[in-house]
Design a protein around this ligand. Structure first.
Ligand code: NBG
Length: 831
């Protein structure tokens, strides 16, 4: 990072860093070296964990040479503008296989392990996935850094190295119980710590005026306390292109001065307690998804990682003689939702207070350095921070925000004279119900671009959530439809389908997913269809084996596999899926249908609920209760099975999605910003049953109406119904099928006779139903009946599934990142 610090005399020390050769022998040697000298054990006495750690470090050593080379090239090339991706979450998934794939070492490593008498699959199982994210937002960030590396985009990603990731979900008496995710407890071989590169981050205290050397009045922040941000580098390999980028995650460490006075006072125990307080900042990921947590510690986390990242970029990534006036030519910080938005006043503070710039100049620079991605449509999901909290924790930043708002409001009054209502709506500071800072407004005011994450979402952002802002600055708003990485979510997770595709159209699709289009013609090829079906059958066998050993769940064979996996949220409407299951069950046990005429179906759920989200947890309880009843009722005659494996995570997704026939994407129209699971399913040959919401809209346009099961109200229809006044009870009264399903639940049939156990769930559906599940029920059931009929024609089903794969190459995150680069970042790519 700085210039040469050593003048070696050995030619060995002068040469470039080269990885061990790509041969089995060299790999074995490197592996044994790690095992013997890293872990300090001979092979004969090593545990599986020793072997896994040694293997991970061996693979890392191959990555390391590429990483150093990438960094060296970037230093010596003419300095290029970089993306600084700022995200509070990265839901990475297991690292080993991805690193092997990127470095083309999969076969070599497998053979090398065989040579050592080790089954590499046992080592794979040993890796605990880093669950440093909640759901779609965190997983998107992980896909994006994969694509940035694969495109060779000049970039660095920043976040938090939580000691505990997303909680481990267990079920006790059908209810969710959370357990801490100590993902580092067996060692973290992928991170490289640089304790000497830590940066201080301060909090609290007060601000005062002083007169500078030039005679001008300035403001000075005297913080009350601070922590050190310890730098952990994780390598982000591009797909077989020699590039390795950096993911830099920060861990909080107490400073020596933090507690010195307490140590001096002789209260050793109290001093250690104070250290724990400081280190709490990076202790745990908040398990909220799509709804913010207004906790003080959460704001501390946000400022902690953003302040460390900006300081790190300016002080360590830029050359020593760097002039901050050049920042806009050197960096664009992408704000992944509002979590990092505190970076805006932080950069202002650095420019004003540390570099003595005037307000106007500092603001002109800052406004060019940020772009903002919004990931929601739920108004309650937009982060706001009480002014009182901000003043206490970050007094200088609060002052700066006030000043930004003052200028902004003045501009508004000039543009819209007399329109005080509008000014109040748009102000960065809200007065009700509590004086607070609207982080989305701050982000919008300070960003070069604001983007939504799917076409419909970006339109609704402009029309609804940020309507006033899009009227003022129409050119600032744009769309970048989300994507997923084809490396992890096709190549690694679905090797059989990948092989079939490569055998058919060559290997190029992995880094150029548009090439899947070449498969369109094969939808009409009976031989190809049969092979495609064989892949699906194989993947179903695989998930069956996984669920038996993971959870003791034995999925029946020969069923339509219907999968709904995503966070548990009312707007996603797991409750609607549940009503469908109860209806199918009711038809079977009431004798309304002859079991032998029914398409056998297995429904698999995966969903974590935020620990404080009561209704979501009730829904989990009910899904488990329904599963238990349905799976044990002989009248069902093996035609319906419900599975809810606990702790759905990236690792399980990789096995489950490739096995699915049917993808459930049934959110209320206008609520799911994009969804990315929907993309993964389509790319893995599942058909979608879905509403006109988020990226479903684009999926349907691409695959064609005839290859998609659309149902439900459109967003304008939803708005109309809500404006008119929605009464769920009317649907209950009118639709006997729906009434029977709800009555069956309400009777306690699934809850051992207890009506109390379901009363809040049922009561909410009948009297509230905020996300209009009952209004879409009839259309949903009808669409599901069409699914069953369609599944009866296996050959045509395969045809439709193949066309889903062939036409959804658009949803590669490589395409998303290219969009960001072309329209927002303007950074260079290429290795
Ligand atoms: C989520 C949306 C999803 C979207 C992901 C990624 C939040 C705040 N938003 O629809 O709910 O796919 O972001 O953009 O988690």
């Amino acid at each position: 990072e700085t210039g040469p610090r050593h003048t070696p005399t050995s030619t060995l020390a002068n040469g470039p860093v080269i990885s061990p050769p790509h041969t089995v022998d060299a790999f074995v040697k490197a592996f044994l070296h790690e095992l013997n000298f890293g872990q300090g054990v001979p092979l004969s006495r090593s545990s599986v964990n020793d072997q896994y750690l040694a293997l991970a470090r061996t693979v890392r050593s191959y990555l390391m040479a590429r990483w150093l080379e990438t960094a060296r090239r970037r230093r010596t090339d003419k300095p290029a503008k970089m993306v600084g991706y700022l995200s509070a979450e990265y839901l990475l998934g297991r690292q080993l296989d991805n690193a092997l794939l990127a470095t083309e070492l999969t076969d070599i490593a497998t053979e090398a392990m065989v040579a050592c008498g080790i089954e590499i699959d046992d080592l794979r199982q040993q890796e605990v996935e880093p669950g440093l994210g909640n759901g779609g937002l965190g997983r998107l960030a992980a896909c994006f850094i994969d694509s940035m590396a694969t495109l060779g985009a000049s970039s660095i990603a920043y976040g938090i190295r939580y000691e505990y990731g997303i909680f481990q979900q267990t079920f006790v008496d059908n209810r969710q119980v959370e357990k801490p995710d100590a993902w580092l407890s067996m060692g973290g071989p992928w991170g490289v710590v640089h304790p000497e590169m830590e940066v201080p981050v301060n909090f609290g205290g007060h601000v005062e005026t002083y007169v500078g050397e030039d005679g001008r009045e300035r403001r000075r922040w005297t913080p009350a306390w601070g922590v050190m941000a310890l730098r952990y580098n994780y390598m982000v390999p591009g797909y077989q292109n020699g590039v390795v980028n950096t993911l830099r995650l920060w861990r909080a460490r107490a400073t020596e001065s933090f507690d010195l006075h307490i140590f001096n006072a002789g209260d050793y125990a109290e001093a250690v307690r104070a250290q724990t307080f400081a280190e709490n900042i990076s202790k745990v990921l908040y398990p909220e998804d799509s709804t913010p947590q207004g906790k003080e510690l959460r704001l501390q986390q946000q400022y902690f990682f953003v302040a460390a990242s900006i300081k790190d970029f300016i002080q360590h990534t830029m050359p020593k003689d760097f002039d901050v006036r050049d920042l806009p030519e050197r960096i664009i910080f992408q704000l992944n939702d509002t979590h990092p938005v505190i970076g805006i006043p932080e950069l202002m503070r650095i420019l004003l207070d540390e570099h003595d710039l005037e307000w106007e100049e500092a603001w002109a620079i800052t406004k060019q350095c940020f772009a903002y991605t919004c990931h929601t449509l739920l108004p309650e999901a937009l982060e706001v921070w009480p002014v009182s909290l901000m003043e206490r924790l970050l007094p200088r930043h609060m002052e700066i925000i006030y000043r930004i708002n003052e200028d902004f409001v003045a501009e508004l009054r000039e543009t819209y004279p007399g329109d005080e209502l509008r000014v109040r709506r748009m102000s960065i500071i809200a007065d009700h119900p509590e004086r607070s800072v609207r982080m989305a407004h701050l982000a919008t005011v300070a960003s070069v671009k604001v983007n939504g994450v799917a076409a419909l979402h970006s339109e609704l952002l402009k029309e609804k959530v940020l309507n006033d802002f899009s009227e003022l600055w129409p050119e600032r708003f744009t769309n970048v439809t989300n994507g997923v990485t084809p490396r992890r979510f096709i190549k690694l997770s679905n090797p059989e389908q990948s092989k079939l595709i490569s055998d058919t159209i060559g290997k190029g699709w992995v880094a150029n997913l548009d090439r899947l289009e070449e498969l369109v013609g094969y939808a009409d090829d009976a031989d190809f269809r049969e092979k495609f079906r064989a892949v699906k059958a194989h993947n179903k066998t695989r998930i069956r084996n996984v669920l038996v050993s993971r959870d003791g769940i034995a999925l029946p064979e020969g069923h339509l596999l219907d999968v709904m996996v995503k966070r548990l949220h009312e707007y996603k409407r797991q409750s609607l899926k549940l009503l469908h299951i109860v209806t199918l069950y009711d038809r079977l046990i009431s004798g309304e249908v002859e079991p032998s005429t029914v398409t056998p179906r297995t429904v698999v759920f995966g969903a974590k609920a935020a620990p404080g989200y009561a209704m979501a947890k009730e829904t989990i309880f009910l899904i488990n209760s329904v599963a238990q009843t349905v799976n044990n009722d002989p009248r069902v005659d093996g035609r319906l099975f419900v599975a809810f494996p606990p702790n759905y995570n990236v690792t399980l997704a990789e096995k489950l999605i490739p096995a699915a026939d049917l993808s459930e994407q049934i959110s209320l129209a206008g609520k799911e910003a994009s969804g990315t699971g929907n993309m993964k399913f389509a790319l893995n040959g599942a058909l979608t049953i879905g509403t006109d919401d988020g990226a479903n809209v684009e999926i349907r346009q691409l695959v064609g109406d005839e290859n998609f099961f659309l149902f439900g109200m459109t967003e304008p229809e939803v708005a109309e119904l809500q404006a008119k006044g929605y009464r769920p009870g009317e649907y209950y009264e009118r639709d006997p099928q729906l009434r029977r399903a709800i009555d069956l639940i309400a009777s306690g049939h699934f809850t051992k006779g207890s009506r109390d156990a379901v009363s809040s769930f049922v009561g909410d559906l009948l009297y509230n139903d905020r996300f209009l599940a009952l209004a879409d029920y009839a259309a949903y059931i009808e669409a599901q009946d069409k699914v069953e009929a369609a599944y009866g024609d296996q050959d045509n089903w395969s045809r439709m599934a193949i066309l889903n794969v062939a036409r959804t190459g658009f949803f590669s995150s490589d395409r998303s990142i290219r969009d960001y680069i072309d329209r927002i970042w303007h950074v260079k790519t290429g290795v």
